[in-house]
Write a protein that binds this ligand. Structure first.
Ligand code: ATP
Ligand code: MG
Length: 402
Protein backbone atom coordinates (compact mmCIF):
# COMPACT_ATOMS: atom_id res chain seq x y z
CA UNK A 1 0.00 0.00 0.00
CA UNK A 2 1.22 3.49 -0.79
CA UNK A 3 2.28 5.86 1.97
CA UNK A 4 0.42 9.11 1.45
CA UNK A 5 1.30 12.50 2.91
CA UNK A 6 -1.05 15.44 2.57
CA UNK A 7 0.44 18.93 2.82
CA UNK A 8 -2.51 21.21 3.38
CA UNK A 9 -4.37 23.47 5.72
CA UNK A 10 -7.77 22.74 4.24
CA UNK A 11 -10.08 20.87 6.58
CA UNK A 12 -12.33 19.77 3.68
CA UNK A 13 -9.49 18.31 1.62
CA UNK A 14 -8.07 16.61 4.73
CA UNK A 15 -11.41 15.00 5.43
CA UNK A 16 -11.87 13.73 1.86
CA UNK A 17 -8.31 12.39 1.67
CA UNK A 18 -9.11 10.62 4.92
CA UNK A 19 -12.09 8.89 3.33
CA UNK A 20 -10.19 8.13 0.11
CA UNK A 21 -7.29 6.47 1.97
CA UNK A 22 -9.32 4.87 4.73
CA UNK A 23 -7.47 7.13 7.15
CA UNK A 24 -4.04 5.83 6.09
CA UNK A 25 -2.24 9.12 5.51
CA UNK A 26 -0.18 11.68 7.35
CA UNK A 27 -1.06 15.34 7.47
CA UNK A 28 1.56 18.07 7.42
CA UNK A 29 0.46 21.69 7.75
CA UNK A 30 3.67 23.70 7.68
CA UNK A 31 3.33 27.45 7.56
CA UNK A 32 5.09 28.82 5.64
CA UNK A 33 5.50 26.04 3.10
CA UNK A 34 9.12 24.76 3.07
CA UNK A 35 10.92 24.95 -0.24
CA UNK A 36 12.85 21.68 0.00
CA UNK A 37 12.06 18.02 0.50
CA UNK A 38 14.47 17.88 3.47
CA UNK A 39 12.65 20.64 5.34
CA UNK A 40 9.28 19.07 4.58
CA UNK A 41 10.32 15.63 5.76
CA UNK A 42 11.69 17.06 9.01
CA UNK A 43 8.00 17.39 9.91
CA UNK A 44 7.51 13.60 9.55
CA UNK A 45 9.49 12.99 12.75
CA UNK A 46 10.93 9.63 11.71
CA UNK A 47 7.78 8.23 10.03
CA UNK A 48 8.54 6.25 6.84
CA UNK A 49 9.10 8.40 3.78
CA UNK A 50 5.98 8.80 1.58
CA UNK A 51 5.38 7.44 -1.93
CA UNK A 52 2.68 9.96 -2.76
CA UNK A 53 2.56 13.59 -1.67
CA UNK A 54 -0.63 15.56 -2.17
CA UNK A 55 0.38 19.21 -2.14
CA UNK A 56 -2.29 21.83 -1.63
CA UNK A 57 -1.25 24.83 -3.73
CA UNK A 58 -3.97 27.21 -2.60
CA UNK A 59 -2.08 29.04 0.11
CA UNK A 60 1.10 29.57 -1.86
CA UNK A 61 0.97 28.42 -5.52
CA UNK A 62 4.55 29.46 -6.36
CA UNK A 63 5.91 27.96 -3.16
CA UNK A 64 4.06 24.71 -3.87
CA UNK A 65 5.51 24.56 -7.39
CA UNK A 66 9.01 25.18 -6.04
CA UNK A 67 8.59 22.43 -3.44
CA UNK A 68 7.16 20.06 -6.07
CA UNK A 69 10.19 20.71 -8.29
CA UNK A 70 12.58 20.04 -5.41
CA UNK A 71 10.75 16.82 -4.51
CA UNK A 72 10.83 15.69 -8.12
CA UNK A 73 14.56 16.32 -8.38
CA UNK A 74 15.62 14.91 -5.03
CA UNK A 75 13.19 12.29 -3.86
CA UNK A 76 11.52 9.16 -5.31
CA UNK A 77 7.85 10.00 -4.85
CA UNK A 78 4.85 11.10 -6.89
CA UNK A 79 3.50 14.60 -6.34
CA UNK A 80 -0.18 15.42 -6.85
CA UNK A 81 -1.00 19.11 -6.80
CA UNK A 82 -4.41 20.18 -5.49
CA UNK A 83 -5.71 23.68 -6.20
CA UNK A 84 -9.02 25.49 -6.36
CA UNK A 85 -8.32 26.43 -9.96
CA UNK A 86 -6.04 23.90 -11.63
CA UNK A 87 -5.93 25.17 -15.21
CA UNK A 88 -3.70 28.24 -14.67
CA UNK A 89 -1.18 25.99 -12.90
CA UNK A 90 -1.20 23.15 -15.43
CA UNK A 91 1.83 23.99 -17.50
CA UNK A 92 4.08 25.11 -14.61
CA UNK A 93 2.97 22.08 -12.63
CA UNK A 94 3.97 19.66 -15.37
CA UNK A 95 7.28 21.48 -15.77
CA UNK A 96 7.82 21.16 -12.01
CA UNK A 97 7.45 17.39 -12.29
CA UNK A 98 3.93 17.20 -10.83
CA UNK A 99 2.27 14.01 -12.05
CA UNK A 100 -1.37 14.94 -11.50
CA UNK A 101 -3.50 17.99 -10.82
CA UNK A 102 -6.78 17.74 -8.95
CA UNK A 103 -9.25 20.41 -7.94
CA UNK A 104 -9.34 20.92 -4.14
CA UNK A 105 -13.08 20.39 -4.30
CA UNK A 106 -12.74 16.91 -5.90
CA UNK A 107 -14.99 14.34 -4.33
CA UNK A 108 -13.73 11.22 -2.59
CA UNK A 109 -13.94 8.98 -5.66
CA UNK A 110 -11.99 11.46 -7.81
CA UNK A 111 -9.33 11.73 -5.12
CA UNK A 112 -9.19 7.95 -4.85
CA UNK A 113 -8.70 7.67 -8.63
CA UNK A 114 -5.89 10.24 -8.54
CA UNK A 115 -4.20 8.29 -5.72
CA UNK A 116 -4.56 5.05 -7.70
CA UNK A 117 -2.99 6.66 -10.76
CA UNK A 118 -0.15 7.96 -8.61
CA UNK A 119 0.37 4.53 -7.04
CA UNK A 120 0.45 2.99 -10.52
CA UNK A 121 3.00 5.54 -11.67
CA UNK A 122 5.11 4.98 -8.55
CA UNK A 123 5.09 1.22 -9.15
CA UNK A 124 6.17 1.82 -12.74
CA UNK A 125 8.92 4.14 -11.59
CA UNK A 126 10.18 1.68 -8.97
CA UNK A 127 10.15 -1.18 -11.49
CA UNK A 128 12.04 0.91 -14.01
CA UNK A 129 14.63 1.91 -11.41
CA UNK A 130 15.05 -1.73 -10.32
CA UNK A 131 15.40 -3.07 -13.84
CA UNK A 132 18.89 -3.58 -15.19
CA UNK A 133 20.03 -0.63 -17.28
CA UNK A 134 18.71 -0.98 -20.82
CA UNK A 135 21.12 -2.23 -23.42
CA UNK A 136 21.88 0.88 -25.42
CA UNK A 137 20.15 0.69 -28.76
CA UNK A 138 22.43 1.93 -31.44
CA UNK A 139 20.63 4.09 -33.95
CA UNK A 140 17.13 2.77 -33.33
CA UNK A 141 15.26 4.13 -36.32
CA UNK A 142 12.30 6.36 -35.58
CA UNK A 143 8.85 4.88 -36.12
CA UNK A 144 6.77 5.77 -39.14
CA UNK A 145 4.17 8.50 -38.93
CA UNK A 146 1.12 7.57 -41.03
CA UNK A 147 -1.31 10.46 -41.61
CA UNK A 148 -4.90 9.86 -42.69
CA UNK A 149 -6.29 12.89 -44.53
CA UNK A 150 -8.92 14.08 -46.97
CA UNK A 151 -10.17 17.39 -48.28
CA UNK A 152 -13.78 16.56 -47.39
CA UNK A 153 -15.54 15.59 -44.19
CA UNK A 154 -17.42 12.35 -43.59
CA UNK A 155 -15.50 10.30 -46.15
CA UNK A 156 -14.23 7.69 -43.69
CA UNK A 157 -10.94 9.06 -42.32
CA UNK A 158 -11.66 8.05 -38.73
CA UNK A 159 -12.95 4.67 -39.86
CA UNK A 160 -9.74 4.09 -41.81
CA UNK A 161 -7.50 5.51 -39.06
CA UNK A 162 -8.97 3.38 -36.28
CA UNK A 163 -8.98 0.22 -38.38
CA UNK A 164 -5.44 0.74 -39.61
CA UNK A 165 -4.26 1.47 -36.05
CA UNK A 166 -5.96 -1.62 -34.64
CA UNK A 167 -4.76 -3.76 -37.56
CA UNK A 168 -1.18 -2.60 -37.02
CA UNK A 169 -1.44 -3.04 -33.23
CA UNK A 170 -2.53 -6.65 -33.66
CA UNK A 171 0.60 -7.27 -35.69
CA UNK A 172 2.87 -5.12 -33.52
CA UNK A 173 1.39 -5.12 -29.98
CA UNK A 174 2.41 -2.15 -27.79
CA UNK A 175 4.23 -0.67 -30.78
CA UNK A 176 1.46 1.42 -32.28
CA UNK A 177 -0.12 4.69 -31.15
CA UNK A 178 -3.15 6.36 -32.70
CA UNK A 179 -3.26 10.16 -32.34
CA UNK A 180 -6.57 11.95 -32.84
CA UNK A 181 -5.61 15.25 -34.40
CA UNK A 182 -9.03 16.18 -35.64
CA UNK A 183 -8.41 18.63 -32.87
CA UNK A 184 -11.87 20.14 -32.50
CA UNK A 185 -14.20 17.26 -33.24
CA UNK A 186 -12.08 14.13 -32.96
CA UNK A 187 -14.04 10.96 -32.35
CA UNK A 188 -11.44 8.19 -32.32
CA UNK A 189 -12.16 7.45 -28.63
CA UNK A 190 -15.79 6.83 -29.43
CA UNK A 191 -14.90 4.69 -32.47
CA UNK A 192 -12.78 2.56 -30.11
CA UNK A 193 -15.27 2.58 -27.24
CA UNK A 194 -12.77 4.23 -24.91
CA UNK A 195 -13.45 6.52 -22.00
CA UNK A 196 -10.11 8.20 -21.66
CA UNK A 197 -8.79 9.86 -18.55
CA UNK A 198 -6.45 12.11 -20.47
CA UNK A 199 -6.95 13.83 -23.79
CA UNK A 200 -4.85 15.62 -26.39
CA UNK A 201 -4.07 18.80 -24.38
CA UNK A 202 -2.85 16.71 -21.39
CA UNK A 203 -0.68 14.62 -23.69
CA UNK A 204 0.78 17.73 -25.29
CA UNK A 205 1.74 18.96 -21.82
CA UNK A 206 3.27 15.57 -21.11
CA UNK A 207 5.33 15.75 -24.33
CA UNK A 208 6.72 19.09 -23.15
CA UNK A 209 8.42 17.38 -20.22
CA UNK A 210 10.42 15.36 -22.82
CA UNK A 211 10.06 12.46 -20.39
CA UNK A 212 8.79 9.36 -22.19
CA UNK A 213 7.53 7.74 -19.00
CA UNK A 214 5.40 10.77 -18.23
CA UNK A 215 4.13 10.90 -21.79
CA UNK A 216 3.27 7.19 -21.83
CA UNK A 217 1.40 7.47 -18.54
CA UNK A 218 -0.95 9.93 -20.27
CA UNK A 219 -1.81 7.61 -23.17
CA UNK A 220 -4.97 5.52 -23.17
CA UNK A 221 -4.64 1.76 -23.64
CA UNK A 222 -6.95 -0.12 -25.97
CA UNK A 223 -7.60 -3.82 -25.45
CA UNK A 224 -5.75 -4.72 -28.67
CA UNK A 225 -2.46 -3.36 -27.31
CA UNK A 226 -2.90 -0.08 -29.16
CA UNK A 227 -2.05 3.18 -27.40
CA UNK A 228 -4.31 6.15 -28.09
CA UNK A 229 -4.08 9.92 -27.77
CA UNK A 230 -7.77 10.85 -27.80
CA UNK A 231 -8.99 14.18 -29.13
CA UNK A 232 -9.75 17.17 -26.90
CA UNK A 233 -12.72 17.03 -24.60
CA UNK A 234 -13.89 20.41 -25.84
CA UNK A 235 -13.16 22.67 -28.83
CA UNK A 236 -12.04 25.36 -26.36
CA UNK A 237 -9.37 23.09 -24.88
CA UNK A 238 -8.33 22.16 -28.41
CA UNK A 239 -7.57 25.80 -29.17
CA UNK A 240 -4.62 25.64 -26.78
CA UNK A 241 -2.92 23.11 -29.08
CA UNK A 242 -0.49 24.74 -31.52
CA UNK A 243 1.07 23.26 -34.66
CA UNK A 244 4.43 23.32 -32.87
CA UNK A 245 2.95 21.25 -30.03
CA UNK A 246 1.84 18.72 -32.62
CA UNK A 247 5.35 18.49 -34.08
CA UNK A 248 6.84 17.97 -30.62
CA UNK A 249 4.29 15.30 -29.74
CA UNK A 250 4.69 13.35 -33.00
CA UNK A 251 8.48 13.53 -32.83
CA UNK A 252 8.47 12.07 -29.33
CA UNK A 253 5.95 9.36 -30.15
CA UNK A 254 7.91 8.30 -33.23
CA UNK A 255 10.95 7.76 -30.99
CA UNK A 256 8.97 5.29 -28.89
CA UNK A 257 6.53 3.59 -31.27
CA UNK A 258 7.01 1.70 -34.51
CA UNK A 259 3.88 3.26 -36.02
CA UNK A 260 2.24 6.58 -35.18
CA UNK A 261 -1.14 6.66 -36.95
CA UNK A 262 -2.72 10.13 -37.09
CA UNK A 263 -6.36 10.95 -37.80
CA UNK A 264 -6.92 14.51 -39.05
CA UNK A 265 -9.73 17.01 -39.66
CA UNK A 266 -10.99 17.57 -43.22
CA UNK A 267 -8.91 19.94 -45.34
CA UNK A 268 -5.48 21.41 -44.85
CA UNK A 269 -5.59 23.35 -41.60
CA UNK A 270 -2.29 24.48 -40.08
CA UNK A 271 -2.62 21.57 -37.65
CA UNK A 272 -2.96 19.05 -40.47
CA UNK A 273 0.00 20.65 -42.25
CA UNK A 274 2.02 20.18 -39.05
CA UNK A 275 1.07 16.49 -39.14
CA UNK A 276 1.98 16.13 -42.81
CA UNK A 277 5.30 17.81 -42.14
CA UNK A 278 6.13 14.88 -39.85
CA UNK A 279 4.41 12.17 -41.90
CA UNK A 280 6.38 9.44 -43.65
CA UNK A 281 3.24 8.03 -45.19
CA UNK A 282 -0.11 9.48 -46.11
CA UNK A 283 -3.43 7.74 -46.60
CA UNK A 284 -5.71 9.91 -48.73
CA UNK A 285 -9.37 9.05 -48.51
CA UNK A 286 -11.97 10.01 -51.09
CA UNK A 287 -15.46 9.01 -52.11
CA UNK A 288 -16.65 8.21 -55.61
CA UNK A 289 -18.22 11.55 -56.50
CA UNK A 290 -17.06 14.51 -58.57
CA UNK A 291 -16.65 17.08 -55.73
CA UNK A 292 -14.76 14.56 -53.60
CA UNK A 293 -12.41 13.51 -56.38
CA UNK A 294 -11.79 17.11 -57.52
CA UNK A 295 -11.11 18.07 -53.91
CA UNK A 296 -8.56 15.30 -53.68
CA UNK A 297 -6.82 16.47 -56.86
CA UNK A 298 -6.58 19.99 -55.40
CA UNK A 299 -5.21 18.67 -52.16
CA UNK A 300 -2.56 16.63 -53.98
CA UNK A 301 -1.61 19.66 -56.12
CA UNK A 302 -1.43 21.95 -53.10
CA UNK A 303 0.75 19.55 -51.15
CA UNK A 304 2.96 19.05 -54.18
CA UNK A 305 3.37 22.84 -54.52
CA UNK A 306 4.27 23.04 -50.83
CA UNK A 307 6.69 20.15 -51.30
CA UNK A 308 4.85 18.31 -48.53
CA UNK A 309 3.63 15.24 -50.34
CA UNK A 310 5.12 12.18 -48.62
CA UNK A 311 6.76 9.76 -51.01
CA UNK A 312 4.77 6.87 -49.60
CA UNK A 313 1.06 7.40 -50.08
CA UNK A 314 -2.01 5.27 -50.38
CA UNK A 315 -5.15 6.49 -52.11
CA UNK A 316 -8.27 4.93 -50.63
CA UNK A 317 -11.56 5.08 -52.50
CA UNK A 318 -14.28 4.66 -49.90
CA UNK A 319 -18.03 4.02 -50.09
CA UNK A 320 -17.46 2.27 -53.43
CA UNK A 321 -20.52 1.19 -55.40
CA UNK A 322 -20.36 0.38 -59.06
CA UNK A 323 -23.64 2.20 -59.74
CA UNK A 324 -22.33 5.70 -59.07
CA UNK A 325 -21.64 6.73 -62.66
CA UNK A 326 -17.90 7.14 -62.10
CA UNK A 327 -15.29 4.44 -62.52
CA UNK A 328 -12.04 3.88 -60.71
CA UNK A 329 -10.23 4.75 -63.94
CA UNK A 330 -12.09 8.12 -64.00
CA UNK A 331 -10.79 8.80 -60.51
CA UNK A 332 -7.25 7.79 -61.41
CA UNK A 333 -7.16 9.98 -64.49
CA UNK A 334 -8.59 12.97 -62.56
CA UNK A 335 -6.14 12.79 -59.67
CA UNK A 336 -3.17 11.57 -61.72
CA UNK A 337 -2.47 8.81 -59.19
CA UNK A 338 -3.39 5.18 -58.75
CA UNK A 339 -6.25 4.26 -56.50
CA UNK A 340 -4.54 1.79 -54.19
CA UNK A 341 -7.37 0.47 -52.05
CA UNK A 342 -11.12 0.30 -52.67
CA UNK A 343 -13.48 0.01 -49.70
CA UNK A 344 -16.99 -1.01 -50.61
CA UNK A 345 -20.06 0.69 -49.27
CA UNK A 346 -20.80 -1.64 -46.38
CA UNK A 347 -23.44 -1.79 -43.69
CA UNK A 348 -20.88 -3.39 -41.36
CA UNK A 349 -18.91 -0.17 -41.00
CA UNK A 350 -21.60 2.09 -39.50
CA UNK A 351 -22.49 -0.76 -37.16
CA UNK A 352 -18.88 -1.14 -36.05
CA UNK A 353 -18.57 2.64 -35.57
CA UNK A 354 -21.68 2.69 -33.44
CA UNK A 355 -20.49 -0.24 -31.33
CA UNK A 356 -16.99 1.21 -30.97
CA UNK A 357 -15.38 -1.96 -32.29
CA UNK A 358 -13.34 -1.53 -35.49
CA UNK A 359 -13.77 -4.36 -37.96
CA UNK A 360 -10.08 -5.26 -37.78
CA UNK A 361 -10.44 -5.84 -34.07
CA UNK A 362 -12.65 -8.84 -34.69
CA UNK A 363 -11.07 -9.85 -38.00
CA UNK A 364 -14.07 -11.33 -39.79
CA UNK A 365 -14.01 -12.85 -43.26
CA UNK A 366 -16.22 -10.30 -45.00
CA UNK A 367 -14.94 -8.36 -48.03
CA UNK A 368 -14.62 -5.00 -46.24
CA UNK A 369 -12.39 -6.53 -43.53
CA UNK A 370 -10.22 -8.04 -46.26
CA UNK A 371 -10.00 -4.68 -48.03
CA UNK A 372 -8.99 -2.93 -44.81
CA UNK A 373 -6.37 -5.61 -44.15
CA UNK A 374 -4.93 -4.97 -47.60
CA UNK A 375 -4.35 -1.37 -46.58
CA UNK A 376 -2.54 -2.52 -43.43
CA UNK A 377 -0.50 -4.87 -45.63
CA UNK A 378 0.49 -1.97 -47.87
CA UNK A 379 1.54 0.13 -44.91
CA UNK A 380 3.66 -2.66 -43.48
CA UNK A 381 5.12 -3.22 -46.93
CA UNK A 382 3.75 -6.75 -47.27
CA UNK A 383 2.08 -6.18 -50.58
CA UNK A 384 1.97 -3.53 -53.20
CA UNK A 385 -0.70 -4.95 -55.41
CA UNK A 386 -3.79 -4.38 -53.39
CA UNK A 387 -5.82 -3.13 -56.30
CA UNK A 388 -4.59 -5.34 -59.10
CA UNK A 389 -7.93 -7.16 -59.06
CA UNK A 390 -9.81 -3.92 -59.68
CA UNK A 391 -7.78 -2.12 -62.33
CA UNK A 392 -5.66 -4.78 -63.91
CA UNK A 393 -2.72 -2.43 -63.23
CA UNK A 394 -0.05 -3.95 -61.11
CA UNK A 395 1.35 -1.71 -58.41
CA UNK A 396 2.53 1.05 -60.69
CA UNK A 397 3.67 3.11 -57.71
CA UNK A 398 5.15 0.24 -55.73
CA UNK A 399 8.39 1.99 -54.93
CA UNK A 400 6.60 4.91 -53.27
CA UNK A 401 5.22 2.82 -50.46
CA UNK A 402 8.35 0.90 -49.58
N1 ATP B 1 -17.33 2.07 -46.69
C1 ATP B 1 -18.29 2.50 -45.86
N2 ATP B 1 -19.54 2.02 -45.95
C2 ATP B 1 -20.51 2.44 -45.12
N3 ATP B 1 -20.33 3.32 -44.15
C3 ATP B 1 -19.09 3.83 -43.98
C4 ATP B 1 -18.00 3.46 -44.83
N4 ATP B 1 -16.90 4.14 -44.42
C5 ATP B 1 -17.28 4.90 -43.37
N5 ATP B 1 -18.58 4.71 -43.11
C6 ATP B 1 -19.39 5.37 -42.06
O1 ATP B 1 -19.48 6.75 -42.37
C7 ATP B 1 -19.52 7.52 -41.19
C8 ATP B 1 -18.46 8.61 -41.29
O2 ATP B 1 -17.20 8.00 -41.28
P1 ATP B 1 -15.96 8.67 -40.53
O3 ATP B 1 -16.35 9.23 -39.23
O4 ATP B 1 -14.88 7.66 -40.56
O5 ATP B 1 -15.64 9.85 -41.54
P2 ATP B 1 -14.60 11.04 -41.34
O6 ATP B 1 -13.99 11.32 -42.67
O7 ATP B 1 -13.68 10.73 -40.22
O8 ATP B 1 -15.57 12.22 -40.91
P3 ATP B 1 -15.13 13.65 -40.33
O9 ATP B 1 -14.56 14.42 -41.48
O10 ATP B 1 -16.43 14.23 -39.84
O11 ATP B 1 -14.14 13.39 -39.25
C9 ATP B 1 -19.30 6.56 -40.04
O12 ATP B 1 -20.54 6.25 -39.47
C10 ATP B 1 -18.74 5.31 -40.71
O13 ATP B 1 -19.09 4.12 -40.04
MG1 MG C 1 -13.20 11.83 -38.49
Amino acid sequence: MSRVVLVSQSAGLTERIGYATGGAFLLLSPNPLPSTAAELFAGLRGAPAPDIIVLDADLDPNGALQLAHNLDQSFPCVVILAATSVEPLALSAIRAGVKDLVPVESDVSEIRKALERAAHYMALRTATAAAPPPVPVVDKPDGRVVAIASPKGGVGKTTVATNVAVGLAKRYPQQVVLVDLDIHFGDCASALNLEPEFSLPDTIQGAMTRDMLTLKSLLTRHETGLYVVPGSESPVAADTVTPKDISTLLTMLAKEFQYVVVDTAPGLSEHTLAVLDKANEMVLVTTLDVPGVRGLRKELETLDDLDMLPEARHVVLNFFESSRGLTIKDVQSTIGEDVDIVLNQSRLLPQSTNQGVPLLQVNGRDPITKQLNLLVDRITGRTSEALSGFTGRRGVKVERSA
